[in-house]
Design a protein around this ligand. Structure first.
Ligand SMILES: NC(=O)C1=CN([C@@H]2O[C@H](COP(=O)(O)OP(=O)(O)OC[C@H]3O[C@@H](n4cnc5c(N)ncnc54)[C@H](OP(=O)(O)O)[C@@H]3O)[C@@H](O)[C@H]2O)C=CC1
Ligand SMILES: O=C(O)[C@@H]1CCC=N1
Length: 289
């Protein structure tokens, strides 16, 4: 039997998931998207040839419902999903991609005993190169977890992590692509400042990041060894690295990822979001403030 997958939210990450699943061979008839913005709904339907509809219709008969919505939209979607609990024999697994919000939040919002998996993916999913970290809710069976992991593996790599690590994961792999793109932007601007054309600086930068990424993932060598191999004694790279260090590059990365993890943790604490209770906003995996 083919498995039907619903994606609620056709934004950036919802589209990345949809595109990745289609590229990996999923049939469009087994995919459905719920998107509330009419313009965006039409774009998704035209581009990918999938049914784009409302949450209730999308969830009907779906084996997996992926939530790719912003935290503020979660409560209303959970209410819709809960009241739309279908009569089908298949048990639906809810897979949330939302940053910050704990599993308990969904388990409390859906019907009692609903299986929920929390995932922190990233946008390279668009080209089947995602890094997805997965935490498992308490009502998820082994087969259900295996099935979600298999689905996510069609669009990249998957790691299963304890939920208490999700804020850190968000700071490294969830938001991580943005740091790399920021580095690319800065290198292109720097190339222009050194007299290269923007097009040429772009080509040099993109291929350098691509090549360095492949070397890092395929050579089996550590970043320390790979950097040392570029850094000839008394040479040009050493001059550049000295400036990076003097300008606090490493410190900047520590501080930026700390701020990111804190923002993720804060999302799980927000008292203004209904349904949260207790000092940890319903979370059992964080220390009381
Ligand atoms: N972007 C990324 O790299 C990553 C994002 N995430 C998580 O994914 C989630 C979505 O992020 P992102 O894709 O960037 O955000 P977007 O704003 O691009 O996408 C969210 C989409 O969901 C739509 N939506 C909201 N409520 C409903 C509803 N009830 N029914 C149907 N559609 C709805 C929104 O419509 P409207 O605009 O009209 O509200 C919007 O189009 C966030 O929670 C984020 O934490 C996780 C990992 C990486
Ligand atoms: O910026 C955000 O909130 C989302 C979560 C991880 C990446 N993007």
């Amino acid at each position: 039997m083919t498995e039907r997958i619903a994606i609620v939210g056709g934004g950036k990450i919802g589209e990345a998931l949809l595109a990745g699943l289609i590229q990996s061979g999923k049939q469009t008839k087994d995919l459905v998207v719920a998107e509330k913005m009419p313009k965006r709904a039409k774009e998704i339907a035209d581009e990918y040839g999938v049914l784009v509809t409302d949450v209730t219709t999308a969830a009907e008969g779906a084996h997996y419902v992926f939530l790719a919505i912003k935290p503020d939209d979660v409560d209303s979607v959970l209410r819709e999903l809960s009241s739309a609990e279908d009569a089908a024999e298949t048990e639906r697994v809810t897979v949330t991609l939302v940053a910050g919000l704990p599993l308990s939040r969904y388990e409390n919002g859906l019907q009692a005993g609903s299986p929920v998996v929390r995932v922190m993916p990233n946008t390279p999913m668009l080209v089947n190169e995602a890094m997805s970290a997965v935490s498992v809710g308490r009502y998820v069976g082994e087969e259900q977890l295996d099935a979600v992991v298999r689905l996510l593996e069609t669009v990249g790599k998957v790691a299963v992590v304890p939920e208490r690590h999700m804020d850190a994961v968000t700071a490294i792999s969830g938001s991580g692509p943005a740091y790399v793109f920021l580095m690319a932007e800065a290198m292109i601007d720097a190339g222009v400042a050194l007299g290269l054309s923007r097009v040429q600086a772009g080509e040099l930068t993109v291929q350098t990041i691509r090549g360095a990424g492949l070397l890092l993932s395929e050579s089996g060598l550590s970043p320390v060894d790979l950097r040392a191999a570029v850094t000839s004694p008394g040479g040009t790279t050493a001059a550049a690295i000295r400036e990076f260090e003097a300008n606090g590059f490493r410190h900047g990365v520590y501080e930026a990822t700390r701020a990111c993890a804190a923002a993720s943790k804060k999302a799980g604490h927000r008292p203004d979001i209904e349904g949260l209770s207790g000092p940890n906003g319903g979370r059992s995996d964080v220390d009381a403030p």
